[in-house]
Design a protein around this ligand. Structure first.
Ligand SMILES: Nc1nc2c(ncn2[C@@H]2O[C@H](COP(=O)(O)OP(=O)(O)OP(=O)(O)O)[C@@H](O)[C@H]2O)c(=O)[nH]1
Length: 378
């Protein structure tokens, strides 16, 4: 028996009555007759049961957790919801009669369920209607899929950016390639124009031979090279005989044709190492490297004879066209001085004119050379 003043010291429900305790009958009730046992007392409240002041909203997570483990059958889904039951617990998922409701986990041993309920409540106030139906993806599935969707979106964005960059680079590469081809073509045109201008600057436009300045430059280079080895260099200076009369009798164009004919004949007898230039007017120069004076004089006479033989056969005919040639040599004894060599060859030419034209005159370094009238140089 519990003393009468004991319940006043304890809060109701905080301390369960000891086992075997039977509640005190209300005042005025009669004690049960012998042999009659009162109904058993309700089970004591669990220690961690939500306090009486907890709202229905706070208890909702527990209700949802109870509904999740076992989905309702189609019959249960078709059963209308009992309004009374809704009033009792608006967040409880209705179930059909006869369908056993999933067992509510023991409150005192369900801390994980309580945590899950808290997390779902924080997600936006779940209600019984938010619970996934059979066949639907659970919100947890969507939540677990969004990182993959985000990664896929990032991958697509990266591919799009890379694709645009690749197309831009391809366009720029094509543009650069086109500009490179244009530059290469322009460079080739400039190279050809430069070569043409250089060709014009060093050659005589009428006959194509080296002009006076170019011949002099080439002669000095060749002379410097041969002087290092002590090899001879021969110079031929020749002039067309009575050329003025050809111009006067046959015309200036016939005079040009006579100049070209002579140049062509000379070319037929030269080698690539020889130099051929036009001194001016009807005078020309030939430089032959590494030959004896006699051999070079023989070459000069061969050219003379060819002009004399071919001129009458030319069209228009150039009868009486002959050459006078003077030959001199630069060697270790005579020295390698271009102007001195030219003076001796020019004196030999003057001597050939003086002796009657259409001939070859040679002047070696030991010969007494009568200088040509007037002072000429390369
Ligand atoms: N057709 C033509 N004539 C030229 C050219 N250059 C110079 N002449 C002429 O060539 C002639 C040269 O004559 P000269 O050097 O005085 O003497 P030449 O008549 O050859 O007589 P010799 O030299 O004494 O045999 C001049 O009448 C010039 O007008 C040219 O490019 N074309």
């Amino acid at each position: 028996q519990v003393p009468a003043d004991a319940p006043a010291m304890q809060a109701p429900g905080q301390h369960p009555p000891p086992p075997g305790h039977r509640p005190r009958p209300p005042p005025g009730d009669h004690p049960p007759p012998p042999g009659h046992f009162p109904p058993p007392p309700p089970p004591p409240p669990p220690p961690r049961f939500p306090p009486p002041e907890a709202t229905a909203h706070e208890a909702t997570p527990i209700t949802v957790i109870r509904a999740l483990p076992e989905p309702a059958t189609p019959a249960a889904m078709a059963t209308p919801v009992d309004p009374a039951a809704s009033h009792a617990d608006p967040f409880e998922i209705p179930h059909a009669p006869g369908v056993s409701s999933p067992a509510l986990p023991a409150v005192g041993s369900a801390p994980l369920a309580a945590d899950a309920a808290v997390s779902m409540s924080a997600g936006g106030g779940n209600t019984a209607t938010d619970a996934p139906l059979p066949g639907e993806d659970a919100p947890h599935g969507l939540l677990s899929a969004w990182p993959w969707l985000a990664a896929l979106s990032l991958a697509l964005l990266a591919w799009w950016v890379a694709s645009r960059r690749s197309h831009r680079l391809a366009r720029e590469t094509e543009q650069l390639s086109r500009q490179q081809r244009q530059l290469r073509s322009a460079h080739e045109q400039l190279r050809q124009q430069s070569a043409h201008l250089r060709n014009l600057s060093i050659h005589d436009p009428l006959t194509g031979t080296l002009n006076r300045q170019a011949f002099a430059s080439e002669l000095r280079e060749l002379m410097d090279h041969l002087s290092r080895f002590g090899r001879p260099l021969n110079l031929i200076v020749f002039d067309l005989d009575h050329f003025k009369s050809i111009n006067d009798q046959c015309g200036h164009l016939a005079g040009d044709a006579a100049l070209k004919l002579v140049v062509g004949i000379v070319r037929e007898h030269l080698v690539s190492a020889d130099l051929f230039g036009r001194f001016g007017g009807d005078e020309f120069l030939i430089a032959c490297a590494d030959q004896s004076l006699e051999s070079c004089a023989q070459l000069a006479d061969t050219v003379r004879a060819a002009v004399e033989r071919k001129a009458p056969l030319h069209t228009p005919a150039l009868p009486g066209l002959t050459l006078s040639l003077g030959v001199a040599q630069a060697n270790p004894e005579a020295g390698y001085l271009p102007d001195e060599l030219f003076s001796r060859a020019d004196a030999a030419l003057y001597e050939a004119k003086r002796q009657g034209r259409n001939r070859v005159v040679t002047r070696d370094a030991t010969a007494v050379v009568e200088p040509a009238p007037g002072h000429r140089h390369l």
